[in-house]
Design a protein around this ligand. Sequence first.
Ligand code: PAF
Length: 296
Amino acid sequence: MHGFFVEQGINIRIEMKLVHTISDLQAELSALKAQNKKVGLVPTMGALHAGHASLVKRCVEENDVAVVSVFVNPTQFNDKNDLIKYPRTLDADCELLESVGASFVFAPSVEEMYPEPDTRVFSFSPLDTVMEGKFRPGHFNGVAQIVSKLFDAVRPDRAYFGEKDFQQLAIIRKMVKQLHYNLEIVGCPIVREEDGLALSSRNARLSTVEREIALNISKTLYKSRTFAVDHSVEETLQFVESEIGKVQGLQLEYFEIVDGNTLQSIANWDDTTYAVGCITVFCGEVRLIDNIKYKE
Ligand code: PAF
């Protein structure tokens, strides 16, 4: 397996290594850090797709060493069934990561990351009390537990997260400030299929029919952006709720239009210069999230 690393402007091919323990990873990285290599981290839960590949490509471009973690983190699943059903595809993930030039795949066991239960309780109020925080209690606490452990283990210069998990990205930025991590968080745009469906590891669980149905989520969000030009926030909320409500097979959990920094609902477009619509919809049993920027 191969990755790339840039030595004085020249791309040198190096072996992509798969490591399972923090001590092995740190032994590899300390030698590279001693040579002042910049280390980028892309935390993932595996089942990788083109959306992850875009994060890793950016990480490879902007750093000397690209570490990708693949770990299905149990503490962020408030629904145990979801944890059981989460796809685990390490071999295919490694193939994809090799093709985009990752240097290290870090795939630890649950015991490695949680040698004892993590009792830390974080508060990112008011960011974590709305939307996903309201519907998935404990979820962001689990995300903060694992992401802080990964930051501690890797000590990266930069870490890459997708904007599809818009709230997660805002919370991780806040965690970095709260805990004084000395690293840069890089948010990367949502990657969509040609027909608009936001890429997600959960899409693999959609049947062909459900996938067609799920397309109405991004279609509605795009239509709402045109609608919003001459309608109020309240009317735009109602528009999205009613469009999704018309589609048999979709069940809206929430749609909120928020300030992209505070994640608090806005009442008027003039309330913010950064307005984002965040949606969560069940398509059959599969919970899908997406978002759209109205103002930025
Ligand atoms: O976005 C994800 O895939 C996960 O929440 C993350 C950041 C890898 C933590 O487990």
